[in-house]
Design a protein around this ligand. Structure first.
Ligand SMILES: [Mg+2]
Length: 173
């Protein structure tokens, strides 16, 4: 049941995932969700941990891109401070804009991975675009109001897959 919600891997937080994981899985471009994956939705500026993470990825030859459903006004400021590209109003769970982004870069789905904290947006969109996805836990407690309804569906599905052993730790992939 709920097969389309099974992520490629799971991590407590994006910051736990070592670059070697992306390298051994041949990731060229990393799509990163912003709100509650990289930071609180309230955070206007990246903290040092995010700056360091992004810089390490770049050093390893992996291109990080923020893929957010939030508006350009919110996403651009944050992404610009990190010096990375972004896609705002990404319309996850719909895979169309992700697919376009992959094609625009001359990549195939095998070159790309997404990291995000939500089943209802990140996992579904990645699956729809045929890219691998790492599901994380929320980085802070509070969500933007638009996310509350997604969490109502997310919680039992996450619980189900955790119980079934379908949330495989990234270290084992
Ligand atoms: Mg999120």
């Amino acid at each position: 049941m709920f097969k389309r919600f099974i992520p490629f891997a799971h991590s407590q937080s994006i910051y736990e995932i070592e670059p070697e994981f992306y390298i051994r899985n041949h990731v060229k471009v990393l799509f990163m969700d912003l709100d509650n994956t990289l930071d609180s939705y309230k955070a206007r500026e990246p903290q040092q941990r995010t700056i360091d993470y992004v810089n390490t990825l770049k050093e390893k030859g992996i291109t990080p891109v923020i893929i957010s459903n939030n508006k350009a006004k919110r996403v651009s400021g944050y992404a610009n401070l990190l010096g990375i590209e972004f896609l705002s109003s990404a319309m996850k769970p719909f895979p169309k804009r992700l697919r376009n982004e992959i094609a625009r870069r001359g990549l195939t789905p095998e070159d790309v991975m997404l990291v995000g904290d939500q089943m209802m947006t990140d996992v579904l969109a990645a699956k729809g675009a045929k890219i691998r996805v790492v599901l994380t836990e929320k980085i802070v407690k509070e969500d933007q109001w638009t996310t509350h309804i997604n969490r109502i569906f997310d919680r039992p599905i996450r619980k189900h897959h955790r119980k079934k052993g379908n949330l495989v730790d990234w270290r084992n992939k």
